[in-house]
Design a protein around this ligand. Sequence first.
Ligand code: ASP
Length: 336
Amino acid sequence: MSKKILIINTGGTLSSVMKENGMAPGLSTDDMLSELRMVSGDADLSFMDFLALDSANILPRDWVSLAKKIGEEQSNYDGIVVIHGTDTLAYTSSMLSFMLSNIAIPVVITGSQLSMKHPVADAMENCRLAIYMACEGYPGVFVAFNRKVILGSRASKVRTLSFDAFESINYPNVAEVSSLGLKVNENVVPDRHGIFKVKSSISEEVGVIKMYPGIKSSVLSSISKAGYKGVYIEAFGLGGMPFRDDDFIGALKGLMDDGVAVLVGTQCRYEGSDLNIYETGKRAKEIGVMQAFDMTTEAAVTKLMWALGQTDDMDEIREYFKVSLCGEVDIEGHER
Ligand code: ASP
């Protein structure tokens, strides 16, 4: 029997057309029907035009409504494919991984570097893979792009122009397409535990600070003044932050005393942070910051938004960062 797959269109280049002010979403699923049918194999497709946004315009509230919609529809389908702009696709795939943990069907997010209507586009190939992966039945949130399937919480956009725009960061690909067909690495699909429930409460009061030599600790006072509840810091290397002249780490302690959740990771894309090695990291560990280890920035920021939406209790928030919820982090491998 053919698998029932729902295609949810949110916009992005895949469904864009040239308009007066540049490329912008303009194709509905109806406009792309013949192309989508051409790559659907045996699947029985249904369509939903949910948003028509360049993904630079995606807002946290869109994640909430998308997760709720997927939650409503998941029992009616064998799999769901989400068409999304590539720019913030990895934030959406990360956030949906937290909101939809324990979902029983595949949710596969895809997009493309060229519009579906472009004669040499990657759009059809990416949709073909996403639909195929959605039919395979592995539950969870995934990204399908350029003949690779990546765990939703490990995806990151790494190239602006090439078709190979996404990588799986610090984690193996879930699946790859070769002349042998689609090979799924079952060992890296995280196990699901417990019942499925959409957990879509989030806090938007989260800031991100990237370290650079000369950063002033006064930026932190603007974080608490603005009423932020959490901040993610992309620190140097293994997680180093300065304390010479202007004591950034000391100021961070003040921010934590004001009740702000502080999560520290690294601005290096690969291999993650470890605060146990250098004094510039150990001092931060001693004041009790939470650690992002080998999480992508996309997963770290969305996990912080999500955790702050689940509870106001700082001890509980810390608990969320001591475990991997959907394969987003390898704590044992980095906590020496
Ligand atoms: N600006 C587009 C978007 O993210 C880029 C793309 O889809 O490739 O919506």
